[in-house]
Design a protein around this ligand. Structure first.
Ligand code: PLP
Length: 629
């Protein structure tokens, strides 16, 4: 625990991770800055929530900011264009968005719209994703890149789509897929556009290390690659092989890993060209990271480069390698997913109640109390800044002894309750003294473990699955009261009945902390929390644990005049929808309940006039939101 410098909100480090898009307003609220109108004031996020509330849209919700999506698409495309200009690169850039990173129609539709002027395309890793891609009118030069395991049906649809003018590339993942392509070509007589996925041997450091290098599940080694070329040559299809693909894994931390991998990809490219393959496109996959913590370093949840640095590194590495090999510059393709969509969505929920690990007063010791109760109470007499650790040790010792005595029947329930309350009041004083003193000892860590629990209206499993599954960190910050000192520390607990449903690692200005500084909950207002940069992967990976369904999702556009437009509202799942997802028929459930009500009336345990109340209560629930209302 460090002293809070300057403004009360500086502890959260919003300036560090907010990318200039999220900031604290003068009123002490989180504000959203419009990247397309840099001179406009930030728009208050609690203000947006009040407005949505008036329209009947409530938290928990996913808030999608269309302007952020637009600015990310613009930035990637402009950065590649600048790097290409600056280094005299003779090819162009044709990015694609990998649909798996966020398949929501509201997101994909807007990416296609904003990407049109850049010939930005889509990447499909499965049949359903190809079906989505083919429902969009892309720019004439845009690509659809098909990766992943493909059967004949997938390949057939990809090839047929060329008749409609789509530039659909079938990326071969294995020699077997080459056989399937040759078969389908035999049936259709339409030449495909083909790619090959090569497996790079360079290992990329970070969480997705396994998706790069020899043991990666995708892509072909040199032996398989040669086999595919020979097969295509024999089938008279080598002239269709235009694209070479490789994917480095996600959230690449170190830009030098990008350089090394791109260098290796170029070696394959030039060797394939030497083999007579008429390649024209070099696809470097995804992997561009997001600086979740704002640390700007090659570390978990951070990256040591900017978008424009990533783009110049790619362009310069390819230019150099191709010039060395005497090969003309290929069209560059990347499949950045996370970097395109992460920023554009935030999860917003209200805090329902708090479990406070302290007590404001210490009860009097009663004459019949065990002597340990008075020993515990005596700690109050010597608490001081100098003796913090000693007081913690003593208080915890006596409390634990008393618990043991309670278990064996030597201390009764009321004595134990007094002891717990004395203990908590000691903890409150220790926390207050520790907060005003920079702690070098491990007492700081011990006090973190008795942080408050704030119970929040969301499901970690539905809305932040990566936080649970792979320890992903997202910035989390209260949206209001930020001009006031956060006077408490808390961990956040969700509303599932799963002890894993909690967040106890937080990004703060001075590093990752096991608790979040928060304010005492206001009496008559909602206290909202925002979780930022959740646009990539979270929505579809989320599940129905405890049958908490999709939250409400709202898409807004920030206006230059400081207002916002509501572009779309998608109501969250109702209880009947999640019941149907696990194959309960809601109508059957209503009928079964009604039958029990009627039987209870027949046997006289329920009055006929109560039937309506019971049936309405059941029906209201089944038609309602799965979250706390
Ligand atoms: C997942 C995936 C991507 C997206 O990766 P990001 O790290 O989100 O940019 C791109 N290409 C392929 C083949 C993928 O599997």
């Amino acid at each position: 625990m460090k002293q809070t410098p300057d403004a009360p909100h500086s502890v959260y480090g919003v300036e560090k991770w907010g990318k200039g898009l999220i900031e604290v307003t003068e009123q002490g609220e989180i504000g959203l800055r419009n990247p397309m109108a840099p001179d406009a004031d930030a728009i208050s996020l609690p203000g947006i929530l009040r407005d949505l509330d008036e329209r009947g849209i409530k938290a928990p919700m996913i808030l999608r900011v269309s302007s952020y999506l637009e600015s990310e698409i613009t930035q990637i495309n402009e950065s590649f264009a600048e790097a290409i200009n600056r280094s005299g690169y003779l090819g162009s850039y044709r990015g694609v968005f990998p649909i798996k990173v966020n398949q929501q129609a509201q997101v994909v539709d807007r990416i296609v719209e904003f990407g049109k002027k850049y010939n930005f395309g889509l990447e499909a890793g499965s049949k359903p994703e190809l079906v989505i891609a083919l429902a969009h009118r892309l720019a004439t030069e845009a690509l659809i890149v098909c990766n992943g395991v493909k059967d004949a049906e997938f390949i057939q649809l990809a090839i047929l789509s060329r008749k409609l003018g789509f530039n659909t590339v079938v990326v071969l993942e294995s020699p077997k897929e080459a056989d399937t392509v040759i078969e389908v070509y035999g049936e259709l007589g339409i030449k495909p556009l083909l790619g090959v996925r090569v497996k790079l041997t360079n290992q990329i450091s970070g969480k997705w290390e396994e998706s790069s290098g020899d043991r990666s599940a995708f892509g072909m080694n040199t032996d398989q690659l040669v086999a595919v070329i020979d097969k295509l040559k024999n089938a008279d299809l080598l002239d269709c092989l235009k694209l070479q693909h490789s994917h480095l894994g996600s959230q690449v931390q170190d830009v030098n890993d990008v350089r090394r991998a791109v260098g290796e990809a170029c070696r394959y490219y030039s060797e394939l060209v030497r083999e007579g393959v008429p390649l024209s496109h070099l696809d470097l996959g995804g992997g561009m990271g997001v600086d979740y913590t704002g640390e700007k370093k090659a570390a978990e949840n951070s990256i040591n480069y900017s978008v424009s640095e990533y783009c110049s590194n790619v362009v310069e590495t390819v230019a150099y390698a191709m010039d060395e090999a005497g090969i003309s510059h290929p069209t560059l393709v990347t499949e950045s997913g996370r970097a395109v969509v992460a920023t554009s969505s935030m999860l917003i929920f209200n805090v329902l109640e708090s479990t406070l690990y302290d007590a404001p007063d210490s009860p009097e010791v009663e004459p019949e109390d065990h002597h340990m109760v008075s020993d515990l109470a005596a700690v109050h007499g010597y608490i001081s800044t100098e003796r913090l650790q000693e007081c913690w040790n003593d208080a915890t010792f006596y409390r634990n002894e008393l618990r043991a005595l309670f278990r064996r029947g030597y201390v009764d329930l009321r004595q134990m309750a007094r002891a717990e309350r004395i203990y908590l009041s000691l903890i409150a004083r220790l926390k207050a003294l520790a907060a005003s003193d920079e702690l070098e000892t491990d007492l700081g860590d011990q006090l973190e473990k008795v942080a408050d629990i704030y119970h929040c209206n969301f499901s970690l499993f539905q809305s932040l699955p990566d936080a649970w599954a792979i320890g992903q960190l997202h910035p989390i910050v209260p949206l209001q009261m930020l001009n006031t000192d956060p006077n408490r520390r808390a961990v956040l607990s969700d509303i599932t009945c799963d002890s894993d449903g909690k967040i106890d690692r937080f990004i703060l200005a001075d590093g990752v902390s096991p608790s979040l500084p928060v304010h005492s909950l206001p009496e008559d207002e909602e206290y909202y929390m925002g979780v930022f940069f959740v646009g990539a992967y979270q929505e579809t990976l989320g599940d129905l644990h405890n049958l908490f369904g999709d939250t409400n999702a709202v898409t807004i556009d920030l206006r230059p005049d400081g207002g916002f437009d509501l572009l779309h509202e998608q109501e969250g799942d109702t209880i009947s929808q999640v019941l149907a997802a696990v194959e309960f028929d809601p109508a059957d459930c209503v009928a079964a309940f009604r039958k029990m009500v009627d039987e209870a009336i027949s046997t006289g345990t329920l009055k006929a006039k109560d039937r309506k109340t019971l049936m309405n209560a059941y029906r209201d629930s089944i038609n309602g939101y799965t979250y706390y209302e």
